[in-house]
Write a protein that binds this ligand. Sequence first.
Ligand SMILES: *Cc1c(COP(=O)(O)O)cnc(C)c1O
Length: 340
Amino acid sequence: MSKVDLDWGKLSFSYIKTDYRYISHWKNGAWDAGSLVTENTITIAEGSTAIHYGQQCFEGLKAYTRADGKIQLFRPDRNSARMNATADRMVMPHVPEAKFIDACMQVVKANEKWVPPYGTGATLYLRPWLIGVGDNIGVKPAPEYLFGVFCIPVGPYFKEGLKPVNFIASEYDRAAPRGTGAAKVGGNYAASLMPHEEAAHKGYADCVYLDPATHTKIEEVGAANFFGITKTGAFVTPLSPSILPSITKYSLLQVAKDNFGMKTEERDVYIDRLDEFAEAGACGTAAVITPIGGLFYKGKLHVFHSETETGPVTRKLYDTLVGIQYGDLPDPAHWIRVVE
Ligand SMILES: *Cc1c(COP(=O)(O)O)cnc(C)c1O
């Protein structure tokens, strides 16, 4: 398969119009068959609940080219399950797992010339989305829904290898204690735009959100989950109903346990007890891991391992998970789905 002419290693996380996307319409209680289309715009009713009341959600996952040229998806069943959990919270219809994975596979296959080759560090990012549409004005679930998947080639997040960055604890909340923090909805992102801008303006990569009820415990790091490696070598990650359950985070937790025999804990992480950690990181599909150099809180920068060097445990967890994602390392837990 000949590829499009792109400088794969230099790609950033920016929109590129690829050739095909998938779209399916839900009406009268059922999904249509869904199909690939070339047009990258949609026309929806002016009263669509997605526009007015935020009845929508999305997912993000990647396709990787292996050394043997085959293309594989990483845990798409988990993205499907999370999208349906979000759909429940937003009173939207489920997209059956088979339909979700088939849509992703169709999009990858139809855009094969856009899938970055092995060894470039680049990947194909898939963006599934689900929105409420149809004629409506009242605050209630939409009469119709659209489910779509599009894809863009994205470059390696860190062009020169893993590099720690600094974060700042935010005064703002991204979600309420029993709100929609655990759902992958646009509203949480809308709420994060201003805190992010303020953090960036002060010279930080992004903000760390504390638990909305007491502001004493770490919840999210920008749009990624937090993990820390304690000085005794345990993998620790916060547990809270307002954290978005990161698939990367649970995969790292399992790698820590299964590949390295580390102790793992999901529990409260207090912002005034950061001394318990030798290393810390943010994790999510986009970067896999962003090492946290320092965290600014109450007038002082707490440095974990180093502001310039990635810690050894963070690095080995990263290398192992990325190795599984690219098919370089065995996949003992059946996380991989080959696109065929
Ligand atoms: C998507 C997302 C993550 C990361 O989840 P992954 O499944 O690892 O990509 C973390 N936090 C928030 C708020 C998110 O929206």
